[in-house]
Write a protein that binds this ligand. Sequence first.
Ligand SMILES: Nc1ncnc2c1ncn2[C@@H]1O[C@H](COP(=O)(O)OP(=O)(O)OP(=O)(O)O)[C@@H](O)[C@H]1O
Ligand SMILES: [Mg+2]
Length: 225
Amino acid sequence: MIIALTNSKGGVGKSTIAVHLAVWLAEQGKKVALVDSDVQGSSSVWLGEAAPTLPQIRLHTPDDVLDQLPKLVHEYDHIVVDGPAGLSEVTRAILFVADLTLLPCGPSVLDLRAATDAIRVLRQVRTIRKGPPVALLVPNKLQVQYRLSQELLETAQSLGIPASKEMRLRQAYADAVGQGTVVWKLGTKSATDAAFEIKELFEEVMTYESRTTTTASDDRSPAHV
Ligand SMILES: Nc1ncnc2c1ncn2[C@@H]1O[C@H](COP(=O)(O)OP(=O)(O)OP(=O)(O)O)[C@@H](O)[C@H]1O
Ligand SMILES: [Mg+2]
């Protein structure tokens, strides 16, 4: 299964979630690879420190994404794709082959509206692919005392995108990248809370696995691309 992290807005947590998800899946005994499609290469550098033995592949062009990703599906249980900053043809290509896409987003309706370009492209791809990819909005960087507004949930729902459990704004996420590790290996109080919340998010993400209807052998085969 291909799980992609995409959004038009930068700095929303794509690489943070991608690296943590790849490490977590590997810890669950899954055969997993990280595909870094961002030329900045931040997630591959981070993963190289956090889990050096975990396979990682860099795919930076739409052609590479469309040619290589469907082949990699046969080799791994899960491929986590870290999308590039901003909306590009690479993001579009990723959405054409992904089973599930997570859209990290700031916690307000304004942040969600700022992601409208990504949502538009998602809808275009879903129309062409007649359904996939399944999409899940991940509200990130929530301040303490701030709750997800009903309006955000309703807006997301009207766009056909359910929202997941939220991630709070926590120093531990910034510390993890600084130390080249994942939050559950940091050992601080903030990190323990972060670890609990992000693992809960991943458990939820896995429930969406069963909602993805495509497999490597159907709509991604070259005859259909
Ligand atoms: N929940 C959080 N709490 C605190 N800091 C966070 C949180 N999530 C992400 N960050 C920090 O925000 C910054 C941007 O995160 P990240 O690099 O994961 O975003 P991105 O979407 O991959 O950005 P880009 O579009 O530039 O690739 C990083 O410094 C990261 O440590
Ligand atoms: Mg990134």
